[in-house]
Design a binder for this molecule. Structure first.
Ligand code: GAR
Length: 200
């Protein structure tokens, strides 16, 4: 069975979307571990209620080495940052080359970088008056939001009246694209060719 670890910090709606696709039989994947920097967030509560093992990252980030060992022992195939809002240390990223993916709520390379998460992103998108937004899934490297782009979905935001409206539309797309990309990984249909990522 293909095994993933999901890293979360907040509501966990993406975690729930993945969980539901697995429950429906659309995704032959096991969520082997939920990792969070916030022990009391809704995403961790969701994991606990659904009997998924959890791991809480220490405030001083001192247990990342322990986490690497756990992930290696569990033979995790893919690490999914599904609403994880803390920078991951370089040595952790280096331990899993091309095995960590992140979902970002805008069309990278615009509206990314330090401080660009959650509503900060949607406020910037709204105020820039761009006409499309949407989720990006990319590999995680040592620079914030700069790893190779795996998949994107553009949605029309021409008529939106607020950043909150953009957030709802983008999150709705996130819940579709993230399980889709994980399924493609689990089917070994994601290939990195030079600087481009191809999905068969
Ligand atoms: C999602 O919109 C995700 O794209 C974003 O946090 C939200 C988490 O929602 N991630 C980032 O901004 C990362 N830079 P969720 O907890 O309901 O899945």
């Amino acid at each position: 069975m293909y095994k993933i670890a999901c890293f979360v910090s907040g509501n966990g709606s993406n975690l729930k979307a993945i969980f539901e696709e697995i429950a429906k039989g659309n995704l032959l994947t096991e969520i082997s571990l939920v990792v969070s920097n916030k022990s009391d967030c809704n995403a961790v509560k969701f994991a606990e209620v659904n009997a998924i093992e959890t791991f809480i990252i220490a405030k001083d980030s001192s247990n990342y080495s322990e986490l690497i060992n756990i992930l290696l022992n569990k033979k995790i195939d893919l690490i999914v940052l599904a609403g994880f809002l803390k920078k991951i240390p370089d040595f952790f990223v280096d331990a899993f080359p091309n095995k960590i993916i992140n979902i970002h709520p805008a069309l990278l390379p615009s509206f990314g970088g330090k401080g660009m998460y959650g509503m900060n992103v949607h406020n910037a998108v709204f105020n820039s008056s761009v006409k499309v937004s949407g989720p990006t899934i990319h590999f995680v490297n040592n620079n914030y939001d700069e790893g190779l782009i795996i998949s994107q979905r553009a949605i029309d935001i021409n008529d939106v009246k607020s950043p909150e409206e953009i957030a709802v539309k983008v999150l709705n797309e996130e819940h579709k694209i993230l399980p889709f990309v994980i399924r493609k990984f689990s089917e070994n249909k994601v290939r990195v060719i030079g600087s481009r990522v191809l999905i068969d």
